[in-house]
Design a protein around this ligand. Sequence first.
Ligand code: HPA
Length: 264
Amino acid sequence: MKPAEIHDIAQALAEKAVTGADAAVILGSGLGDFADRLENRTDIPYAEINGMPEVTVTGHSGTLHYGTIGSKRIIAFGGRFHGYEGHGIDVSLCLVHIAHKLGIPRLIISNAAGGVSSRLHTGDLMLINDFMSPGYIYSKRGSTPSYTRFDNGNVRAKILQLAADENIPLQHGTYFYVKGPTYETKAEVRAYRTMGADVVGMSTAPEMLEATRLGIGCIGISLVTNMATGISHHKLDHSEVKETAESRKEDFARLVIRLIESDL
Ligand code: HPA
């Protein structure tokens, strides 16, 4: 979306008293319950925010939640805009651009993903250490190579330690981005695994790269809602994704709250 359109959305938010925050959270499929943990909360349906695109995926509420955790102001986006819904990269990145426009310094991005690595299991939470996306377009800016680099090496150990201290099992690994909307074939999953993927999913990587480019501190967390095609032998559908998210939403919310409280 054009800078002017992002400006208009920020304006519409300001009219609803949403002027900034200490951190923003993008909530993945089925992980919207985190919003219930915000204090002093206001819920604003995207449909009531002038200029905001429409959410079409089930499991995403399409609501912006504004509230606090302790002394910190938080925006939680319950619903994002995926490439597989037909959105261009500009629209897919609009939540990151809104966060940037509001001057938000930190972003926690979550998603539902398929487990590719045999060391992962359905229901695992995984810190995204790195990601890859062979063949897909991350950013609209393409006229010159961009030297944006994502590297969470400086906070990785702290995040893993914090999760361990809280007794929240947290794996870490590499996220493989695909545009979807079809789930992968067995052969694709085999290939991705050989390439070093631990999970595969249809969001987050473009957002993390853009947030990094814009200087926003960014943490990515995947919930393994299912094992990817061929790793598990039963047929996959979106209801399994939502069921697993339901069973792990407590730990996810607790982890995100602790990350925010600890300024990570
Ligand atoms: N593949 C891609 N995206 C996903 C999956 C998957 O298996 N599960 C949840 N999102």
